[in-house]
Ligand binder design. Structure first.
Ligand code: NAG
Ligand code: NAG
Ligand code: NAG
Ligand code: NAG
Ligand code: NAG
Ligand code: NAG
Length: 648
């Protein structure tokens, strides 16, 4: 968090944001606005100057006692010190950063590379579960791009702190070291060219920002040192240790983990060039939809023409962190569904009576197009409420509330009996919020299933996963909470509605989507998921259960049918004749190949085994009609699918 230094041509952009923040509506005019302010301040400060003669005398004494360190490699430092000495009053920003005109204060300011740099003094300090989020707010407040995130975290502070206490009470969290963690949400930077950050306040997609908020809050509560970056200059300052031109006060912070997204990874690669490789295994890439191995493997991408905007990254697949547990090949990061409201609101909510009311899921009026008949059927049973951005395409009987705050949506959910899916948007957080607030969810079936092969929504995404309903995760929850309907079949819709209205359900939220569940999951991942060492020991091998999939069945399915989940970390443990013999697979002949994603596997007729020669191509998700896959499965904690029982 540095200020504008006018002797520099490439001034600090973070200082610019700090100033432009109140004027963000018309930021193009900030210069003229602020110059007037600066002139005014300059005059004020000039007058004040005479009032501080004594103060100055004090400072001169300080300056005499202060000796500068060697300046090798910092050619502009002396010049800047001189400039600052004369000009520090021209911008109140400096005094806010502790500059008081004395040489030591100026030097400290010029040698700081980030406001969090002091934390690097304690590389080995213990991670203590935090009892407040107050210390996090300054680094959020000074980043316009994280405005929505800041709001969400603040609104949930009490719940986070309580969840931290509750988790500490269940597990001994004392034996942990505080990690240095860089969090860089690339898609939220101005440089990304997307407008996700601004659109959040006008009905734009919120999924990613929800996830970033919850990740940041989680890591902070767990007691780690967070370094937030929301612009290229901030990224440079962290990764290159850029200062304002003087030798840094402290040694550069070396990150233990870097959370970013695909845009952010590319930005980091640009900023530090080929030296990004030294960080390769500590990256965790937030990737909403997930990445499958063929789309990740650079040679495979070239050979099979799978080029797209997101693929070919050549990462370990577990480095991709998804929104929902889409595929066991990636890591499930998830997010938090807001439900436990702060106490006084909760009282108010308890007294809210459920009306004969349905809330339709669809902020864009365009989502309603072609669904009139479906909504008409529901209207026969219930009053219909909506939160659509305009009323162009929605039936006149709908009571539309427009785009409203999360808390107001929750109030509507508490008053409603049904949350009505329109088929889009796919896989959002809202249906889980509805269940957590006691609504049933009408989940439209999608037939034929959508994937990147047939749908614009998924086009270019590095996966061919098939989506069979608006919300596959909710689909797995099932009745009495989630009701699958063909929205074009009136009989089916009516049948579901009658059943819903003839029942009462309690609010339901899977543990993995609560604050405590997310703290437990992320803590375990931070402590135990080591993707840097080649001899991985997590999850513990004792959790491995080997399952043979029928021909034509993927390991994801085969494990699922046994009440287990495919665990790709165990593939190397099955990838040899000797290993398979332990699980009574008798390979009479064998070979290694990198031609398919389904190895290790065998041909039942000839007892010929094929092993995977390229570890990047191990995968849970594909199948082959003639091959029997050997699958590494593991158990999982109920409602915490990312973790096996022996994992925590
Ligand atoms: C000015 O700041 C320096 C360094 O932060 C501090 O040591 C000194 O006491 C301050 N002097 C005055 C007069 O406030
Ligand atoms: C947690 O574990 C440490 C070391 O194993 C021990 O010293 C400490 O007393 C434990 N704390 C609790 C609350 O059990
Ligand atoms: C992919 O990553 C592996 C291991 O990190 C490396 O050896 C290989 O050169 C990379 N391939 C490409 C095309 O970048
Ligand atoms: C509508 O759904 C019902 C119940 O699932 C089914 O029996 C009927 O065949 C469906 N009608 C059409 C036209 O698909
Ligand atoms: C309503 O619920 C009752 C008992 O739970 C059940 O006996 C009845 O068949 C249900 N009616 C309908 C229409 O589902
Ligand atoms: C493999 O072949 C044996 C007999 O040769 C048969 O009993 C078994 O069911 C087959 N297994 C599968 C999974 O097809």
């Amino acid at each position: 968090m540095n200020c504008l230094i006018k002797t520099q041509t490439n001034f600090s952009v973070s200082g610019f944001y700090l100033w432009s923040f109140p004027f963000s509506v018309n930021k193009r005019h900030w210069t003229s606005l602020n110059q007037e302010k600066f002139c005014f301040l300059f005059v004020c400060l000039f007058v004040c100057l005479f009032c501080f003669v004594l103060f100055l005398a004090e400072q001169m004494k300080e300056d005499e006692n202060f000796s500068l360190p060697p300046m090798d490699g910092y050619p502009n430092c002396k010049e800047k010190l001189k400039w600052m000495k004369n000009m520090w009053r021209t911008d109140p920003c400096y005094s806010r950063h502790g500059v008081n005109g004395s040489l030591p204060s100026i030097f400290i300011y010029l040698s700081e590379s980030s406001s969090l740099v002091l934390s690097s003094l304690f590389q080995m300090d213990p991670a203590v579960v935090r009892e407040s989020l107050k210390g996090l707010y300054p680094s959020l407040a000074n980043k316009r791009q994280l405005h929505w995130i800041h709001q969400r975290i603040r609104s949930m502070e009490e719940v986070w702190v309580e969840a931290g206490r509750s988790l500490s009470a269940k597990y001994n969290l004392t034996e942990r070291t505080a990690k240095q963690i860089l969090v860089h949400p690339g898609a939220l930077t101005d440089e990304s060219g997307t407008h996700i950050a601004e659109d959040a306040f006008s009905g734009g997609p919120l999924g990613e920002q929800v996830q970033w908020s919850d990740l940041i809050a989680t890591l902070y509560i767990l007691g780690h040192h967070l370094h937030l970056s929301a612009s290229i200059p901030a990224l440079k300052a962290f990764l290159q240790g850029n200062t304002n031109g003087c030798p840094p006060q402290h040694s550069k912070v070396e990150p233990n983990l870097i959370y970013t997204d695909i845009v952010g990874l590319r930005q980091i690669q640009e900023v530090i060039g080929s030296s990004w490789i030294k960080y390769k295994c500590i990256f965790r890439i937030l990737d909403t939809f997930g990445t499958e191995p063929d789309f990740n493997h650079p040679d495979w991408v070239t050979k099979h023409h799978l080029h797209g905007p997101f693929g070919g990254l050549n990462m370990t697949l577990l480095q991709f962190y998804t929104m929902f547990p889409h595929t066991p090949d990636n890591t499930f990061l998830g997010f938090v569904v807001q439900h436990q409201l702060i106490s006084k609101e909760s009282e108010q909510f308890k007294s809210t009576k459920r009306q004969n009311q349905a809330l339709v899921y669809g902020k864009r009026a365009t989502f309603w197009q072609g669904k009139e008949a479906y909504v008409d059927v529901i209207h026969k049973y219930l009053d219909i409420h909506g939160t659509a951005d305009n009323t162009a395409a929605i039936p006149s009987y709908v009571k539309n509330h427009g785009i409203i705050k999360g808390r107001d949506v929750q109030t509507l959910l508490r008053q409603s009996k049904v949350f009505v899916g329109l088929g889009i948007p796919l896989e959002g957080p809202a249906p889980l919020e509805a269940l957590a607030n006691g609504c049933a969810f009408l989940n439209p079936k999608i037939q034929p299933p959508l994937s990147s092969l047939n749908s614009e929504i998924f086009k270019g995404k590095p996966t061919i996963r098939e989506v069979t309903s608006q919300h596959p995760y909710a689909e797995a929850i099932g009745e009495p909470y989630v009701w699958m309907v063909d929205i074009h079949n009136e009989t089916e819709v009516e049948r579901a509605l009658t059943a819903i209205l003839n029942q009462t359900i309690e609010p339901y939220l899977p543990y993995e989507f609560s604050c405590e569940g997310m703290l437990q999951r992320v803590n375990t991942l931070v402590e135990k998921q080591d993707l840097c060492s080649s001899t991985r020991s997590w999850p513990p091998l004792s959790a491995l259960q080997v399952v043979k999939a029928e021909a034509g069945t993927s390991c994801k399915k085969a494990c699922q049918r046994m009440g287990l989940i495919c665990e790709p970390a165990f593939f190397p443990n099955l990838n040899s004749v000797k290993n398979l013999a332990k699980y009574s697979v008798d390979c009479q002949t064998s070979e290694f190949s990198d031609g398919h994603l389904v190895y290790p596997a065998y041909l039942n007729s000839s007892k010929h085994c094929v092993f995977q020669s390229d570890p990047l191509l191990f995968s849970c998700v594909r199948s082959d009609q003639s091959l029997i896959r050997i699958c590494p499965c593991r158990d999982y904690i109920k409602d915490q699918i990312a973790l096996c029982k022996a994992c925590i």
